[in-house]
Write a protein that binds this ligand. Sequence first.
Ligand code: ATP
Ligand code: LTN
Length: 334
Amino acid sequence: MPRVFSGIQPTGEPHLGNLLGAVRYWVEDQRLGDCFYCVVDLHALTIPGEAADLRKATTTMATLLLAAGLDPDACTLFVQSHVPAHTQLSWLLECTVSFGELRRMTQFKDKSSKGGEEAARAGLFTYPVLMAADILLYDTDRVPVGDDQRQHLELTRDLASRFNTRYGQTFVVPEASIPPAGRGARIMDLQEPLKKMSKSSESPQGTIGLFDDPATVERKVKRAVTDTDSGPDAVRYDPLTKPGVANLLELLAIAEGTGIEEVAGRYTQYGPLKADLAAAVVSLLEPIQASYRAWASDPSAVAEVLAAGAKHADGIARATLARAYDAVGLVAPA
Ligand code: ATP
Ligand code: LTN
């Protein structure tokens, strides 16, 4: 079975992009591979936030992943900071990556642009190295992520190959597993359809939260930005010239499990498309929200899943770390 690893940050409110671009594929993969899914709480420290919020968001995210369909009997779910090898391997990889490589990462450029590079945390700069450590510790074959993580995955592959060349075969070189275009790889913001839907978005009206109630979903979908085209072929899938409409069509096709062209063929006006999309999103979210309430009513069950997950992950991660320590010439304690 292929080894699968992916992670999600406990920052902000999880949204439809996280579900459709990543988490629903994690659920599918859990029967096909030996899957490790991680709430990457250390990555959340790269941007400002309150301790109490991080504490709460970590449990909320783990609970939500279970509610979305991760089965603790089928996969390993754990919290990054519970497995010390992640930060330990990260150091070896910081001594493998170059400053120039990290400077070219677009996520760093985007996220540091707000407050300026001078003020950005050094952890934001080295973020992709910790991510590479997450992945390489588990001898990962496949990493299911959204399109925005493509560059980080390329860096991870480069670091694994460079380390292997320099110190001898140590790491498996992983493949990114990104949904095909039109199947959730990059869900766009409903208000700013040229930007990806994001937890840290400045337009909460453009982001559908996985905890949004039906009235909120309806309002956000109804107000989604489209364009002023009218006439029989206004409703068509063209992400370049009609990004807002293309995003709505993609969302509806995914929610219904049908093809985009088939969905587009059913509409001539934006109003009915939006009404059907809102209903489809509400039906998609309802069972997840119900399951969330059930899991959340038993926090000790969630804690037990995470404890068992960390124990299993720790055993594997330690062995890989020991291999890497030995490869670079660190002397093991007697
Ligand atoms: P932020 O925008 O604050 O960086 P995020 O919303 O990207 O956060 P992450 O925890 O960084 O959330 O991502 C979890 C997973 O969701 C990743 O695999 C990422 O690629 C995927 N993802 C995030 N946003 C989208 C999106 N708009 N469309 C598709 N996939 C997405
Ligand atoms: N960088 C990712 C989150 C992340 C991740 C990982 C994804 C951290 N470690 C390991 C896949 C594998 C993000 O920002 N979405």
